[in-house]
Design a protein around this ligand. Structure first.
Ligand code: GLN
Length: 499
C-alpha cells in the first residue's frame, strides 16, 4: 500500500479508480477512511443517513471482484446518493417530513446501475424538500453548510451532494437537476457537475418534482470523474417512458475523443463557444463576471473561438419555469396523502381530515407554496392564461437555443449571478431566490445538457463555476471541453481550507 491514509480523500473518482486497479489501496481501506471523515464532518449537515455496515460489506465485495480479475472502472469507488433516489436498504426522505419512516421496496435505476458497477454507497445526502430550492435551506431535517465558509449556503437542491464532494467526504455523488440543482450547487462549492440531456438517465425511482424537467447526473471533482460516473448511471430503461432508446454510452471515451484539426497545445481548435449577451447583464456581479471571463480566456488559449449569440427569452425562463415546475409538482405530490407512503397524521376525524392533516404536517412552506401555485395555474379559467402560455414560451426558448447553435458548438456563461450567499439571506423572499436561477433555467426548459466547471473564486474567496451548455446528446463534447480546461488549469483541484 503506497498511498498514505491521510491522502486517500484527495483522490477523485478517476484517480481512485487507478489506485484501486494498481492495488495501491483497497476499497475497504478507503471506505473506512471516508466513513471516519463523514462522522467527523457531521456538522456540515451533508448526510441524512449513513450505513457503515452496508458500506463496509459492499467495499469487501468490491475488493473480492477486483481480486477475481474484474476491471470495471468504478469497482470499489465510494459515493453517496442524493436522498431523492429511492433505495431498498436505506430510508428515503426527499428531504421531507412526509416521507419520514418510508422504506422503498426497490432501488432507483440510477442507484441500481451504480451498485452493479461496483460503487460503494456510504449513505443518503441531504437536499431541499422534493428538490425545491437553491440553498438547501428547505430541507425538513437540517441545513447544509458550504465547506468553503460555514456561514454560507452550499446551493441547492443537491446541496448535500455538493458539500460532501467539496469537503472530500466522497469522491463523487449523485444529484438531480430540474432547474439547475446540479449546476448551481457545483458552482457554489467549486466542484464539477453535469446534467445530461433530458432522457439520458432513467427517472425510475427518482422521486418526481417536475417530471418533464427532472434529470439525474453526477457531481464530482473533475470532468473525467463525471464522465466515468455518467457512463454507469445512464442508458435506456424500459421502466421510464421518457428514457431515450439509445445504446449505452462510453462518455469517458467520448471525452478523450480528439477533435479534428486539434493539436497538443490547442485541443479545442475550431470549437466555437457562443456567449449569449443575455447571460452577461449589468446585474451580473463583477466577481462572477471576472472569474467566468478568466475561464473563457483559458478556453480561447486552448483553441476555442468565442462568438456573440443571443437567447432573447432568457428572462422569460423564470416565469415559465415557475409556472410549469409547480404545475407538475402539484400533480406529482398528490400521491403523498398519508395512505401509501411515510407519515400519517396521528389524529383525524375522517378520510378527508386525514389527508388534510397529513399534508399540513408533512409538507414544508416552500412545497406548500408550489402546490398552491401549481393548482392555481392549472385550474379552470387560469390554465389558458398561465400554463398554456408557459408551454408555448417553453417551445420558443428551446427554438432560441437551436438558432444559437447554428452559430456555435457550445454555449457558455455564468451558472449563477453571484457566489454562494449567507445562510438566511433570501429565505424570507422566495422570489429573490427564483430570480437567481436565471442562467440555469433556460437550458432545463429546453432539455439540454449542461455543466458547471470551476473557474476561480469571487467575493469572500468563494468558488465560481462556468456554465457550459451543449446541444442535445452532446455530453461528450461538453466533457471534452471541460476536460481540456481542467488539464490546463487547477481550479477544480483546489479544496476548501482546513480539508
Ligand atoms: N432552484 C430551482 C427550484 O427551486 C431548481 C431546483 C432543481 O433543479 N431541483 O425549483
Amino acid at each position: 500500500m503506497t498511498k498514505t491514509s491521510s491522502s486517500l480523500h484527495d483522490l477523485g473518482v478517476a484517480q481512485l479508480s487507478r489506485a484501486l486497479a494498481a492495488k495501491e489501496v483497497s476499497s475497504l481501506e478507503v471506505t473506512q477512511h471516508l466513513l471516519a471523515r463523514v462522522t467527523a464532518a457531521d456538522a456540515l449537515g451533508a448526510f441524512l443517513h449513513v450505513d457503515e455496515a452496508q458500506a463496509l460489506a459492499a467495499a469487501q465485495a468490491a475488493d473480492a471482484r477486483r481480486a477475481a480479475g474484474e476491471t470495471g472502472a468504478l469497482i470499489g469507488v465510494p459515493l453517496a446518493h442524493k436522498d431523492i433516489f429511492v433505495t431498498r436498504d436505506m430510508p428515503t426522505t426527499a428531504g421531507s417530513k412526509i416521507l419520514g419512516g418510508y422504506l422503498s421496496p426497490f432501488d432507483a435505476t440510477v442507484v441500481a446501475r451504480l451498485n452493479a458497477a461496483g460503487t460503494v454507497s456510504l449513505g443518503k445526502l441531504n437536499c431541499d424538500e422534493f428538490a425545491m430550492g437553491s440553498a438547501n435551506e428547505n430541507s425538513a431535517y437540517r441545513p447544509v453548510m458550504n465547506p468553503w465558509d460555514h456561514d454560507r449556503v452550499p446551493g441547492g437542491s443537491s446541496g448535500g451532494s455538493a458539500a460532501a464532494v467539496a469537503a472530500r467526504l466522497v469522491p463523487g455523488a449523485t444529484g438531480t437537476d430540474t432547474g439547475g440543482s446540479i449546476r448551481q450547487p457545483a458552482s457554489f462549492t467549486g466542484i464539477t457537475g453535469i446534467k445530461p440531456t433530458y432522457g439520458v438517465c432513467s427517472r425510475y425511482g427518482m422521486i418526481a418534482f417536475a417530471s418533464s424537467l427532472d434529470q439525474a447526473g453526477p457531481m464530482a471533482r473533475s470532468a473525467e470523474d463525471c464522465a466515468l460516473l455518467l457512463s454507469a448511471m445512464s442508458g435506456f430503461d424500459e421502466r421510464d417512458a421518457t428514457s431515450i432508446q439509445q445504446a449505452p454510452q462510453d462518455f469517458h471515451a467520448q471525452m478523450l475523443q480528439a477533435r479534428e484539426g486539434a493539436t497538443a497545445a490547442q485541443p479545442l481548435k475550431g470549437l466555437r463557444i457562443g456567449l449569449p449577451r443575455e447571460f452577461f447583464p449589468e446585474a451580473l456581479s463583477a466577481d462572477v463576471n471576472s472569474a467566468v471571463r478568466q475561464g473563457l480566456a483559458e478556453l480561447e488559449k486552448l483553441g476555442a473561438t468565442l462568438v456573440d449569440v443571443s437567447l432573447p427569452r432568457t428572462e422569460l425562463a423564470i416565469p415559465v419555469y415557475y409556472i410549469i415546475a409547480p404545475a407538475e409538482a402539484s400533480s406529482n405530490l398528490s400521491r403523498f396523502d398519508g395512505v401509501r407512503f411515510g407519515h400519517r397524521a396521528a389524529q383525524y376525524d375522517d378520510l378527508l381530515d386525514m389527508y388534510k392533516k397529513t399534508r399540513a404536517e408533512g409538507f414544508g412552506a416552500e412545497v406548500k407554496r408550489r402546490i398552491m401555485i401549481g393548482s392555481y395555474v392549472l385550474s379552470h379559467g387560469y390554465y389558458d392564461a398561465y400554463y398554456l402560455q408557459a408551454q408555448k414560451l417553453r417551445r420558443m426558448i428551446a427554438d432560441d437555443f437551436q438558432q444559437a447553435f447554428t452559430q456555435c458548438d457550445l454555449i457558455a456563461g455564468p451558472v449563477a449571478p453571484t457566489v454562494a450567499w449567507k445562510h438566511g439571506e433570501g429565505k424570507d423572499d422566495p422570489v429573490k431566490a427564483y430570480l437567481a436561477d436565471i442562467f440555469t433555467l433556460p437550458g432545463s426548459l429546453a432539455g439540454l445538457p449542461g455543466m458547471s466547471v470551476p473557474v476561480g473564486v469571487g467575493e469572500g474567496g468563494m468558488p465560481v463555476g462556468l456554465q457550459l451548455l451543449g446541444n442535445y446528446f452532446k455530453e461528450g463534447q461538453l466533457l471534452h471541453a471541460a476536460h481540456a480546461l481542467q488539464q490546463a488549469t487547477a481550479w477544480h483541484a483546489s479544496a476548501p481550507g482546513g480539508i
